[in-house]
Each structure stands twice: as C-alpha cells, then as structure tokens.
Design a protein around this ligand. Structure first.
Ligand SMILES: Cc1cc2nc3c(=O)[nH]c(=O)nc-3n(C[C@H](O)[C@H](O)[C@H](O)COP(=O)(O)O)c2cc1C
Length: 194
C-alpha cells in the first residue's frame, strides 16, 4: 500500500465507538502520549497552539465521571433530570481506559478569531482519533452531558473564553468494526468551478 492508500484506509475506517462497547482493557500510557504528540502537530494559525488536554485514568477517571454526573444533577431542572442519564454519565467511564478532556485555551494576547482556535483544536482531536484507529484503539468524541455547560468550565478552572471541545473516550472493543455511513452524497457537497 502506498502512503495515500494507508492514510485513506485509516481515515475511512475510523468509527465512533460507544463507551459501553469498550472492554475495560487498559491502553498503555505511552500510546496515549504518542497520540497526544500527534495532536500537537495540528495546524495552528499564528502558532497559538490552543489545544490543551486533561487525561483521566484509573481513580481520577472514576472521580471525574462522578463529578460530571453531580454537575448534571445540580444544574438540571428537576423536571428534566433523569436518573438514567445521571447513571449513564457515571457508567461511561467504566469500560473505557482513558478519558481525554480537550479544551481550547484562548490566546488573549494578539488574538486570532476564536473560530480559528476552535478549528485548530478540532484538527488536533482528529489527529488523535486517526492515530487511535491506526493503533486499533476505539474512541468516541463526545460533547454529551455537561461538556458545554458553564459549570464544567468552572469545575475545570478554565478561563472565561476557553472552550471545552469534548471528551474523548478511549479504550478497546471486542466488537467487530461497524460500517461507516454518510447521508449526504459527496457530490452534493462540492461545487466544481472550471
Ligand atoms: C463535535 C462532535 C461531538 C460529538 N458528540 C457526540 C456525543 O455526544 N455522543 C455521541 O454518541 N457521538 C458524538 N459524536 C460522534 C458522532 O456521533 C459521530 O462522529 C457520527 O455519528 C458519525 O460516525 P463516525 O464517527 O463513526 O463516522 C460527536 C462528534 C463530533 C464531531
């Protein structure tokens, strides 16, 4: 396979995997470190390198999920709160090996538009997901639960203009790879002009 075929395979085979489909097997810490190194090579306008990572493993992972569930409980109207969702936030941490919380650290000196910092961090996340695919590591980029709620930023001690970009649930799965699906034909997304 030539390099284009190799990277095409990895990009097209990458799938989102539910945390509950993972099997509790631990990812070697050096592999997580290597994935974060890939993230660090994302494009970055004005070289702000706005990606930041909090890596939860072991007891810290459990504590984070319990705290996340408590944030949900304490910031959700009682009529909207469900025990099912509360439990799911906790259970999401059980079979995964690591949770990587990714946030955008806003550069306040000589700032470029925030959207460009978000773009850079999204690229960093994709680098992680593709690296994981190449290592047979299952992953899910999730913005569920309280990821976007102001209480999460406060809990993490982030700045006013920083943005939580998501939780990356990382682990291994015994389930066979699922087929990818796209709903809108590519042709409808492209306007060729000659
Ligand atoms: C910014 C972002 C947030 C996402 N948040 C969630 C989420 O909260 N829960 C979830 O199940 N999937 C989430 N996903 C994953 C999508 O559901 C998934 O990418 C989509 O179904 C396409 O499947 P694929 O990734 O296997 O190609 C998110 C994806 C992105 C880009």
């Amino acid at each position: 396979m030539n390099p284009f075929e190799q990277i095409s395979n990895i990009i097209k085979s990458r799938r989102s995997n539910k945390p509950s489909d993972m099997n509790e097997k631990k990812i070697d810490k050096t592999l997580i470190q290597q994935l974060l190194e890939l993230a660090n090579w994302a494009p970055t306008h004005a070289r702000t390198e706005p990606w930041r990572f909090i890596v939860y493993e072991g007891d810290a992972k459990k504590t984070f999920c319990a705290d996340h569930a408590d944030l949900y409980k304490s910031h959700t109207d009682p009529e909207k709160f469900t025990v099912g969702k509360y439990d799911k936030i906790i259970q999401n941490g059980e079979a995964v090996s690591h949770i990587i919380l990714v946030y955008m650290k806003r550069t306040l000196t000589n700032p470029i538009p925030a959207i460009e910092e978000i773009c850079a961090v999204s690229s960093a996340i994709q680098n992680i997901l593709l690296g994981a695919e190449a290592l047979n590591i299952a992953s899910l980029w999730s913005t569920g639960g309280m990821a976007h709620h102001p209480s999460m930023k406060k809990y993490l001690g982030l700045g006013e203009e920083d943005i939580v970009m998501g939780l990356l649930f990382m682990g291994y799965t015994d389930l066979p790879a699922t087929m990818g699906k796209r709903n809108i034909p590519l042709e409808e997304k492209i306007l060729w002009k000659s």
